[in-house]
Design a protein around this ligand. Structure first.
Ligand code: AQP
Length: 330
């Protein structure tokens, strides 16, 4: 696992803020599996330090970290070229974050949309403000040049690029300027109960979220009670038909088909039949992940964690060495 100059390095993260759901899988993890089949070097991180901004309950966070780790291992990510690890176990993330905070203006952080949204619901502690600097450090610690992020994170990635450029112009070309992944972006799944809101770990209505470990019965039940509309036309129109469009999107993402083709496939079905067809596709998709998750032994996990953390540490230590040297604190 060595650094080869022209090989792409990818970084992406997931917060252990609850049970992994179908949105996380189809919007992010599925894409990570595909990336790991290509010729890139990938770091997939459980960003538990980021979760602290929501002041989680200790036991919930601890369980969520180990569940998320197991789901990532069970998801089929190719571990020959990918490293899966827990952010807090690599203290270089927080160290680099402090260094990078000197290359970022307070005003820039205050202008972040996510800060404005979250600061009103949680109150405003400085972790919420400086969160994007830690994210910049996550990306730059491995010198990632590609970051698969959703639209909601584009602003943070832009800030990361600015921070990297400022560091480089002051202290020499240490960091590559990371780009957003191009290509087909992951699906954006909406709640089955409130299709105007995104499917989320922390949603109030758990019937709107499909968790990776939901039983077949529960999945069928959730889909049968999903909110649609009063027409009986299966058509992709997120604005006028958010419920039906969400179901089409879920089906298209799992089967890797185009939205148009998926829409056509179901056009003659009744809503009830359509809901069951999508539910069954979801059951089949989750089955192997659940099976592998159940089969993972404590020893399997321990081995993977140790080996992967060592690889992540080697990469981070190399960057930190260069950064310290550039700054004159070596
Ligand atoms: N509904 C979604 N559709 C598509 N992608 C989604 N992601 C999250 N929800 C959806 C993507 O999953 C990755 C990991 O997300 P995260 O845990 O870091 O943060 P999040 O977006 O805040 O996820 P949640 O599930 O909604 O958690 P809570 O409830 O804690 O806020 C990201 O790539 C994200 O885009």
């Amino acid at each position: 696992f060595i650094r080869i100059a022209d090989m792409k390095t990818v970084f992406s993260g997931i917060q252990p803020s609850g049970l992994v759901h179908l949105g996380n899988l189809l919007g992010a993890i599925n894409n990570w599996v595909k990336l790991s089949e290509k010729n890139s070097k990938n770091y997939f991180c459980i960003v538990d330090l980021h979760s602290l901004t929501g002041l989680p309950n200790k036991d919930d966070l601890n369980k969520s970290i180990s569940d998320t780790l197991k789901v990532l291992i069970a998801s089929g990510i190719n571990l020959d070229n990918s490293v899966i690890y827990i952010q807090s176990k690599l203290q270089e993330h927080a160290y680099l974050s402090w260094i990078l905070s000197n290359f970022c203006q307070v005003g820039e952080l205050q202008r972040m949309t996510q800060f404005k949204e979250k600061s009103s619901s949680f109150g405003t502690h400085s972790g919420l403000l400086t969160y994007p600097i830690l994210m910049a450090s996550d990306i730059l610690i491995h010198k990632a040049n590609e970051v698969p992020v959703g639209d909601d994170q584009t602003q943070h990635l832009e800030l990361t690029r600015n921070i990297a450029e400022r560091f480089n112009s002051n202290y020499g070309e240490i960091f590559p300027i990371p780009e957003k992944s191009i290509g087909k972006s992951g699906a954006r799944l909406m709640s089955l109960r409130h299709p105007e809101n995104k499917m989320s770990k922390s949603s109030d209505d758990i019937n709107g979220t499909i968790y990776f470990n939901d039983s077949k019965e529960s999945i069928l039940k959730k889909f049968k009670s999903s909110v649609t509309d009063s027409e009986n036309t299966i058509k992709y129109d997120p604005e006028l038909k958010p419920g039906i469009s969400n179901l089409i999107e879920i089906y298209a993402a799992i089967t890797d088909k185009e939205i148009k083709d998926s829409e056509k496939e179901f056009q003659n079905l009744q809503y009830g039949e359509f809901k069951i067809a999508v539910a069954e596709t979801v059951v089949d998709y989750l089955e192997p992940i659940k099976k592998k998750y159940e089969e993972l032994t404590t020893n399997d996990i321990k081995d993977i964690v140790e080996k992967n953390l060592k690889l992540a540490h080697e990469s981070a230590a190399e960057t930190i060495m260069e950064v310290e040297e550039a700054l004159g604190i070596n």
